[in-house]
Design a protein around this ligand. Structure first.
Ligand code: NA7
Length: 546
């Protein structure tokens, strides 16, 4: 983006260090929740392992996303690792939905508690990873001159780590600072007395706008597509919450591995269509309870339009009740796509914020954003004079971080070329022609559809068990059979087609990035973990082991 606020990478000064060279059993790219656990498990299994992280700290997306109001939309007791009983006993979340600061502290605590920092090289970006046929090893290079070889390459580079920064005409001409929610400065940004424009109304915008509005003199929200948002009703956690969670924890862990666990399970296709009254009552209860549990209302909410339409009506009715100006309420009301198929937003005072005198909503569907000027934003109808701009425009999701590296498999095949028609990965974890490469929460796995931290754990457990198996059986190379990979991706697509998910232009489909192939990336079906376990138990069915 154009200005000083975004020109820096916010990685701070880089201390000098000697370049790393040498051979390792495994390299881990990224120190978010996937990377941290991978480092821990691989070392525990006796592998020599090294990790690289672009940021100066652990935490992944929670390091970079520092915008006002940033917090997780999954309850913190569940947005936690399940693999360490000690960690679970030692760490106490303060709120139902933890703020970014506390999640980052959790990641730091994990890194210190399990001595993971020694394995990591911070402020170091992996620029390339290529598979050497002769040695059967990966050669990994970084922007600090490191050059290491490793038998296994684990990409824990994250699903939401590369910001989507629209190339708006006139970007360079705007005189004020421009911020992106996913690359927010470390020092607090003071908006007091300023006229601030916010572009984007996904989860990040919905969380940030109420707080920016409290601070700024005037806020103009530039909305292209309204999103469905439900109140978080965040609150401090009490002893009783921990007691209840502890009691439910074993059943929760068991449920994750059950054959019908998944965003959409077979009951969705068998369940009766609930009456409108029944639905309305249930949505009201869930609205009062708060949070994304709204999506768990009825098993067929995400598969049957007749059910989903009522949920959409319910939220639109709430918007009309909250937002006093009918024109603003109408503009904020989503239509034309089902609820829950773009990630539902979980907010605090979002719709209420539009009753403030200093907040103005601009409907870009009526007056498209044409350009930035020196003084602000120009739409097809008006000029808005602004002192600062915030882009809450999301991410190049799931494939963005992988494509930011030059990853080459057999015969120098580039991952971008292998995925030119859209990403493909067997179980969303391994790619044909890219031997011994594992992607944590890659395309074709449930990843962003569920609880990311649990999804990361499951992939790490699966791949470390796989590596263990290979070592025990003296296998050196594992890669998916292309036919098994194709069959899996066909299944991923078929499952999505049976749901309402493809009916919205979402980042799940790559629709937010110009030119990105329109492929539904997450796996929304049931029994994913169960299936992964079965495949392992059958000697890694669908993989070639040599
Ligand atoms: P999202 O959910 O991708 O939202 C991005 C928003 O920015 C969305 O409203 C977009 O409108 C809007 N956008 C994107 N590009 C433009 C341009 N060029 N002009 C105007 N508006 C634009 O990203 P978030 O960061 O909010 O959330 C991502 C995930 O992080 C979230 O789902 C949680 O899992 C955590 P559009 O809908 O494309 O019309």
């Amino acid at each position: 983006m154009a200005t000083q606020a975004n020109k820096q990478d916010h990685t701070g000064d880089r201390a000098e260090r000697a370049a790393v060279e040498g051979d390792y059993d495994a390299v881990v790219v990224g120190a978010g929740f996937g990377g941290l656990y991978a480092l821990h498990r691989l070392r525990e299994k006796g592998l020599s392992v090294i990790g690289f992280e672009a940021a100066p700290e652990v935490g992944g997306t929670w390091y970079w996303n520092r915008y006002p109001g940033v917090r997780c939309d999954v309850p913190s007791l569940y947005y936690s690792y399940t693999w360490s009983e000690e960690l679970r006993r030692e760490w106490r979340w303060s709120e139902k939905y933890a703020a970014r600061r506390e999640i980052l502290d959790y990641a730091k605590y994990v890194a210190d508690r399990f001595r993971l920092r020694d394995l990591l090289r911070f402020q170091t970006r992996v620029v390339s990873a290529s598979f050497d046929e002769a040695s059967g090893r990966w050669l990994v290079r970084t922007d600090r001159g490191d050059e290491i070889r490793a038998r296994f390459c684990i990409m824990a580079s994250g699903a939401l780590s590369v910001p989507n920064s629209p190339k708006t005409p006139g970007l360079e001409s705007f005189r004020g600072p421009i911020y992106h929610t996913a690359r927010w400065p470390e020092q607090e940004v003071d908006f007091s007395g300023l006229r601030v424009g916010v572009v984007g109304t996904g989860s990040s915008g919905v969380q940030a706008i109420p707080l920016i509005a409290e601070a700024a003199k005037h806020v103009v929200v530039f909305q292209r597509t309204p999103n469905f948002s439900v109140p978080a009703r965040n609150r401090a956690l009490q002893d009783e919450d921990f007691k209840q969670f502890d009691a439910a924890f074993p059943a929760y862990c068991e449920s994750l591995a059950s054959p019908n666990a998944g965003r959409v399970n077979s009951s969705a296709f068998e369940a009766p269509i609930p009456s409108r009254d029944e639905q309305w009552r249930r949505y009201e209860e869930l609205w009062q309870e708060g949070g994304g549990g709204f999506l768990l209302s009825f098993p067929n909410l995400l598969t049957h339009e007749a059910v989903n339409d009522v949920a959409c009506d319910f939220v639109r009715e709430k918007i009309r009740q909250i937002v006093k100006n009918p024109k603003t309420a109408a503009a904020l009301s989503p239509s034309g796509y089902p609820l829950g198929v773009k990630r539902i937003c979980v907010d605090t005072n979002y719709y209420e914020t539009f009753n403030r005198d200093n907040v103005e909503l601009v409907n870009l569907k009526e007056e498209p954003l044409e350009a930035l000027t020196a003084d602000g934003v120009k739409t097809s109808a008006r000029q808005f004079d602004l002192d600062a701009l915030v882009f809450a425009t999301g991410f190049d999701a799931i494939t963005g971080a992988l494509f930011a590296m030059d990853i080459r498999g057999r015969n120098e095949l580039r991952l971008q070329d292998a995925w030119a028609e859209g990403p493909r990965a067997y179980l969303g974890i391994a790619v044909a022609d890219f031997p011994n490469l594992f992607i944590i929460t890659g395309p074709g796995s449930p990843s962003v559809i569920g609880n990311m931290i649990n999804a990361c754990e499951q992939h790490v457990d699966w791949l470390t068990d796989c590596i263990d198996h290979m070592r025990a059986q003296d296998f050196r190379i594992i890669e998916p059979d292309p036919a098994a990979e194709r069959a899996w991706m066909t299944h991923v697509a078929e499952m999505a087609e049976r749901t309402l998910f493809p009916k919205a232009d979402s980042w799940y489909l790559g629709a937010n990035i110009a030119g990105k192939p329109r492929v539904f990336m997450p796996y929304v079906g049931e029994g994913y973990r169960h299936r992964c376990a079965q495949i392992a138990a059958r000697g890694y069915e669908g993989f070639r082991l040599t």
